[in-house]
Design a protein around this ligand. Structure first.
Ligand code: ZN
Length: 174
């Protein structure tokens, strides 16, 4: 099962907190491989395990451009240890909220402690797009979506459209 199905909002699982991984074993590596493939095919630049229905603290990210060599980053149990006071704004999208984008302000730099693909502890100091992407994906592990930073009105409007979109998809399948 290399490619996995992406969970679309609204879905209660996207609001749950993911649990820590105790040991990076072959099963976890298989999950990371599958997630990377799913993300590349979508296509997207970041994916959290909860987005494929697995409530574990695993994310994959690759912000390399199409014409560059792929540079996947696998993060297990990522934890933000530092956020800058300086902020930046990016127009964010999400594979679980297809077709919706919004400008979100976040700290422009962050440091993240994590365990890598081989089970080694690492520290990543990120800025720019990578910093935003890390914060977006780590939010997923805590049940937070980027629309949570918007006004209630905007958020409700997006969720309404997503519900309509889901119903249309179901109609086609039936
Ligand atoms: Zn997302």
């Amino acid at each position: 099962m290399p490619k996995r199905k992406i969970v679309i909002e609204p879905d209660p699982i996207l609001r749950k907190k993911s649990s820590l991984i105790e040991n990076v074993d072959d099963q976890v590596r298989k999950l990371m491989d599958d997630m990377l493939l799913t993300m590349y095919e979508a296509p997207g630049i970041g994916l959290a395990a909860v987005q494929v229905g697995i409530l574990r603290r695993v994310i994959v990210i690759d912000i390399s451009k199409d014409d560059q060599k792929k540079k996947p980053i696998f993060l297990v149990n990522p934890k933000i240890t530092h956020k800058s006071k300086k902020t930046s704004v990016y127009e964010e999208g999400c594979l679980s909220l297809p077709g919706h984008f919004a400008e979100i302000e976040r700290p422009s730099e962050c440091h993240v402690n994590y365990i890598d693909y081989n089970g080694r502890e690492k520290l990543l100091k990120a800025d720019g797009l990578l910093a935003t992407c890390l914060q977006h994906e780590i939010d997923h592990l805590n049940g937070i979506l980027f629309i949570d930073y918007l006004s209630k009105l905007k958020k409700d409007m997006i969720i309404k459209k997503l519900i309509k979109h889901k119903k249309e998809i179901n109609k086609i399948i039936l």
